[in-house]
Write a protein that binds this ligand. Structure first.
Ligand SMILES: C[S@@+](CC[C@H](N)C(=O)[O-])C[C@H]1O[C@@H](n2cnc3c(N)ncnc32)[C@H](O)[C@@H]1O
Ligand SMILES: [Zn+2]
Length: 169
């Protein structure tokens, strides 16, 4: 495998994305998601949830590490912050201690866009209007039409298997 089996380039889904340039076997730790480790409260202070009716869609580089902490990739972030969402993900962020890695949940072919399920769950109900504020353009057969994850829906089977197989013991 190439030492860096991915590149950053424009994505039809949104802005920039990260694309495989070599075969990436399932279970590979592809890239660490770097950034400043901050509390969830500090993340909410830095990037308050926009009110309903806000014109701009939500767009941050925050990734949840655990129940209390998030990684802010606006500070010290690397290319992992450009990985877009898919409702049929081929990778998944997995926490190992204080570090988060993007791990392949299946074999990934050259040319495929790397994408994990952002699985965003708001505290508020996921009304049709709120779902429209978080549109998804992943084009998977199973696309939910929104980056929001229905509240009681389990994670994608490949994602659950990845945590069981390659997550921390
Ligand atoms: C962390 S950024 C991902 C990188 C982004 N493409 C860029 O160029 O900065 C997350 C944002 O990308 C957009 N995005 C990611 N996946 C998407 C998808 N499947 N469909 C539509 N927009 C997406 C959303 O606006 C989301 O808030
Ligand atoms: Zn989708």
């Amino acid at each position: 495998m190439a030492c860096r089996p991915w590149v950053v380039r424009r994505s039809a889904r949104h802005g920039r994305g990260v694309f495989a340039v070599a075969r990436i076997p399932a279970g590979t730790r592809i890239i660490e998601y770097t950034g400043e480790l901050i509390s969830e409260a500090e993340g909410e202070r830095r990037y308050p949830t926009l009110p309903d009716g806000a014109e701009e869609p939500e767009h941050t580089y925050l990734l949840t590490l655990d129940d209390d902490r998030v990684i802010d990739a606006n500070v010290g972030g690397n290319a992992a912050r450009f990985i877009n969402h898919s409702c049929a993900p081929n990778c998944e962020p997995i926490a190992y201690g204080d570090r988060m890695w993007i791990v392949a949940v299946r074999d990934i072919r050259p040319g495929e866009e790397l994408a994990y399920d952002y699985a965003i769950e708001l505290d508020e109900p996921h009304t049709p209007a709120r779902k429209r504020r978080f549109p998804c353009l992943c084009e998977a057969k199973t696309c939910r039409g929104s980056i929001l994850k229905p509240k009681r829906q389990p994670l994608h089977p490949l994602v659950r298997r990845a945590h069981a197989r390659w997550g921390p013991r």
